[in-house]
Design a protein around this ligand. Structure first.
Ligand code: HEC
Ligand code: HEC
Length: 317
């Protein structure tokens, strides 16, 4: 009797353990952070009629996929960008969940953005990427090309209710590391996983006729500039985790969060066009935590704002 009382916690504990372990699979506790049930689907381009509006939508997609052909260094319309395509960062023409996905553009814009401090139109936002991500010049907002890209983005998000952001819009926010992201560890990730496509020096690889890239550059003179969204390592790490090495999806990532942060730090350390946008962040209190240029409303250094650790900065905010 004494011995039974003494050991009856053993079956209890076993039962508890089994419930927790099995319950995890049966009730999918973990899916709460990552709900996939209502994933957004891009509408079907084949259903778009061949009228003026339909042709604008198709041309808009074409410009986003083959931007360099029209606006690159050998651009057919104007030579005003670095030779990258919008699609290099907005994967599958902006339809891939967490691939800088465009699903919430039509439903959210026009919207106030703290970087500019104004209510931005879709045209304004596209020209932002022209000047920063494509390190180029803006295009006329009334041009056929701008109107076509806007038509494509509005069509893409037409089924998303106003003000809504579907799961998978934009990029994924990764949890902060408890330490600063480490470029030295990041180089190991780069050499093992990224270099074979993006090159020894992050220079990417051109098409044979140099009209665009097979593998886009990650740094150097032909890459995005220091004013671009991807120069913030939270954006870059989130993008890499869900999209690289090329071909993976956010549901089956190859890199751990640590590897994604570290390789992002390594890329952010390299040289790229240094362009300042002095009109950015008119209210410095609203600056993103990982915006790598001061002045700041807090006393953390530029270095910490660039590589972290970010949790203390977030806590101070
Ligand atoms: C080097 C990568 C890169 C390239 C190339 C690029 N973008 Fe972007 N774009 C981004 C990132 C990163 C963001 C999100 C930035 C943020 O959240 O601050 C973004 C945001 C946007 C948004 C707003 C999306 C939203 O949900 O708020 C639009 C619209 C957009 N880009 C259009 C374009 C177009 C059109 C082109 C080509 C002319 C282009 N981008 C080229 C990286 C890029
Ligand atoms: C199999 C080849 C391949 C590998 C490996 C690969 N990438 Fe890419 N990467 C691409 C391609 C292709 C694109 C452009 C996607 C498109 O245009 O559809 C791209 C785009 C990018 C972009 C956005 C565009 C730019 O030039 O800034 C980043 C950032 C990036 N890759 C980072 C990485 C990192 C970091 C790794 C390693 C963890 C990696 N990639 C591994 C092929 C690859």
């Amino acid at each position: 009797m004494v011995s039974f009382v003494k050991y009856n916690w053993v079956p209890c504990l076993l039962f508890l353990l089994i419930t927790v372990v099995a319950g995890k699979d049966i009730f999918s506790f973990e899916q709460k952070n990552n709900p996939v049930s209502e994933e957004w689907q891009a509408p079907d381009l084949n259903s778009v009629p061949y009228d003026a509006e339909g042709n604008a939508i198709r041309y808009g997609k074409e410009l986003i996929v083959n931007t360099a052909w029209y606006f690159g260094p050998k651009g057919k319309i104007a030579a005003i960008t670095n030779g990258m395509n919008c699609q290099n960062c907005h994967i599958e023409a902006g339809t891939k969940p967490f691939g800088n996905c465009f699903s919430a553009v039509a439903s959210i814009y026009p919207t106030f953005r703290p970087r500019s401090g104004i209510v931005e139109s879709i045209e304004f936002r596209i020209n932002d990427c022209m000047q920063r991500s494509l390190n180029g010049k803006p295009i006329d907002s009334t041009s056929k090309e701008m109107q076509a890209m806007v038509a494509y983005l509005k069509w893409l998000g037409k089924n998303v209710p106003h003000g809504n952001k579907p799961i998978g819009a934009g990029t994924k926010d990764l949890a902060y590391l408890p330490r600063a992201a480490d470029p030295v560890k990041g180089k190991l990730v780069y050499d093992a996983t990224c270099q074979k496509c993006h090159g020894l020096n992050g220079e990417g690889q051109m098409e044979w006729d140099s009209t665009g890239y097979i593998y886009p550059p990650l740094w150097g003179e032909h890459s995005y500039n220091t004013g671009a969204g991807l120069f913030r390592i939270s954006k870059l790490a989130g993008f890499i985790k869900c999209n690289m090495p090329y071909g993976i999806t956010y549901k089956e990532p190859k890199l751990t969060d640590e590897e994604a942060w570290d390789v992002a730090a390594y890329i952010a350390l390299q040289a790229r066009p240094d362009i300042k946008f002095p009109q950015d962040w008119p209210d410095i209190k609203k600056k993103s935590i990982d915006h790598p240029f001061g002045p700041y409303a807090d006393s953390f250094s530029e270095l910490q704002h660039k590589y972290g650790p970010f949790a203390p900065i977030a806590a101070a905010k």
